[in-house]
Design a protein around this ligand. Structure first.
Ligand code: ADP
Length: 467
């Protein structure tokens, strides 16, 4: 099994234990070699003391043979576990402490060379079939000449035993310590991750049907709390989006049903008895009108759902000035029969990135509305200005206006403020929803300022194309 397949809790515990083990082993190794170094230093220091005393004891006393008693008197317990031998400058033995000397101390070539230079030598020697021993070889120099060599030795047994005991302690204590720490770590990880388990369980219960449920927040202000908060925000947005699309589907079905029911009614009536060709023609003509309404509606629905799905992938630079002039032309032609005069107030050159057809559609919807909701004799004005990094298109009219309570609502799909008024104009309440979703897909905003009775001003703001 790979490490990444394990649970976070197990992984955390493993990592934690591995790091702890590495630290403790390093500390163990360091302290072991420190202890070893310290023990050897002490040992060497006491070898040196003994060697000094042996050297300082009078030669005649040594020659007399009772030098060991004298040394014991001088050194006390210091001599207890040591043995020494005296050699002539050529390395031949003279006097020894035979009582505790297990074998003749060897004089290595290196030590002999250093003796010739008047220097002390500490060395660890392991003779064949014997215990390792620490030896100090020290020359006795009189009048610039090496007259004698003192060798003091000590078995390393005790120092070794101390080190072995320390190593044994480490090998027992380190696994126990790391094991206990791993156990503690696992418990801490489990406790810390418990809220996450709870969140997972709740999240699993939440389905598309029941998005009103929320993940329980630990309210600790930490990372897990923020995660729960983020999940809840996401759920709220999802819930809103779901209910919006449900409402949209219901409204669309309702919009489609009305003209279809009218169609069925008139067809049923026509089929009830024999009709004259003139009557059939009338029924068919009115049916055609309904069918055209249905086609317009389904086209609008398609356009709305496409523009709500996000911006078009292909984006070109769109010059807004010619686009505005084009829409103005169309508006002027629409306004004439309605007795509404359409004018252009000002048009500055501006270009944005996006899709010309979509932007034209949004603008046409605004101009059509302005003409539709402006009584005879009124004015509609178009303007295109450039603000800081934005192009601003305004469509203002001197029409009936919109109450402030309805100013945001009118951008929702299928919202018509006055049913009677809309029926004869034939709108399904999708025009502004389409316009806004197109503008938003272009990274812009569409807003309205209006006062009932004195007209409205719709404003499109679009980010300018980078120069
Ligand atoms: P419709 O197809 O009914 O025109 P819209 O989405 O274009 O649908 O508009 C929604 C509603 O907003 C309209 O029914 C109307 O009541 C109101 N409205 C839109 N534009 C204007 C305007 N220029 N003046 C007054 N009311 C408007």
């Amino acid at each position: 099994m790979k490490l990444s397949q394990l649970s976070v809790r197990t992984r955390l515990t493993l990592w934690y234990s591995a790091v702890l083990l590495a630290i403790v082993v390093t500390i163990g190794a360091l302290s072991y070699s420190w202890l070893r170094f310290g023990l050897l230093q002490d040992l060497d220091a006491s070898l040196l003391t003994v060697a000094q005393v042996v050297k300082d004891v009078d030669a005649p006393a040594r020659a007399g043979g009772d030098h060991e008693a004298l040394l014991r008197e001088l050194l006390g317990p210091e001599l207890y576990d040591k043995f020494f031998q005296l050699l002539d400058p050529e390395g031949r033995p003279r006097a020894t402490s035979p009582a505790r000397r297990p074998y003749a101390l060897p004089l290595s070539p290196a030590a002999r060379a250093r003796v010739a230079r008047g220097q002390n030598t500490f060395e660890t020697v392991t003779p064949a079939d014997a215990e390792p021993v620490r030896i100090l070889t020290m020359p006795i120099v009189r009048e610039g000449r090496v007259v004698e060599i003192v060798q003091v030795g000590m078995l390393l047994r005790r120092a070794r035993a101390t080190l072995d005991r320390y190593l044994d302690t480490l090998t027992v204590l380190i696994p126990i310590g790391v094991g206990l720490a791993a156990l503690g770590g696992a418990i801490i990880a489990q406790v810390a991750l418990r809220p996450l388990d709870r969140m997972t369980r709740t999240a699993r219960r939440i389905s598309a049907e029941d998005l009103s449920q929320r993940v329980e927040r630990p309210r600790t202000g930490d990372e897990l709390d923020r995660l729960a908060e983020t999940m809840n925000d996401m759920l709220a947005r999802l819930e809103q989006a779901f209910s919006q699309s449900r409402r949209f589907a219901a409204d669309a079905a309702h919009e489609l049903r009305t003209p279809l029911a009218a169609l069925r009614g008139s067809i049923e009536v026509a089929l009830k008895g024999a009709r004259s060709p003139e009557e059939y023609r009338r029924v068919l003509a009115s049916n055609l009108e309904e069918v055209e309404r249905l086609i317009r509606l389904s086209e609008d629905l398609l356009l709305l759902s496409r523009s709500m799905a996000g911006p078009e992938p292909t984006r070109a630079t769109v010059e807004l000035e010619p686009l505005l002039l084009e829409v103005f032309d169309l508006g002027a032609r629409l306004g004439q029969p309605a007795g509404v005069s359409v004018r252009i107030e000002n048009a500055a050159p501006a270009s944005v990135r996006g899709e010309a057809a979509g932007l034209r559609r949004a603008l046409v919807n605004l101009v059509e509305n302005a003409i539709k909701y402006t009584p005879r004799g009124g004015n509609v004005e178009l303007s295109l200005g450039v603000g800081p990094e934005t192009a601003v298109i305004e469509v203002s009219d001197t029409g009936i206006g919109i109450g402030s309570a309805d100013a945001e609502r009118i951008f929702d799909p299928f919202v018509r403020l006055d049913a009677a008024r809309s029926r004869d104009t034939g709108g399904a309440g999708l025009g502004l929803a389409i316009a806004r979703s197109i503008v938003v897909a272009h990274g812009g905003t569409l807003s309205v300022e209006s006062r009932p009775g004195s007209g409205s001003r719709f404003t499109i703001r679009l980010p300018l194309a980078p120069a």
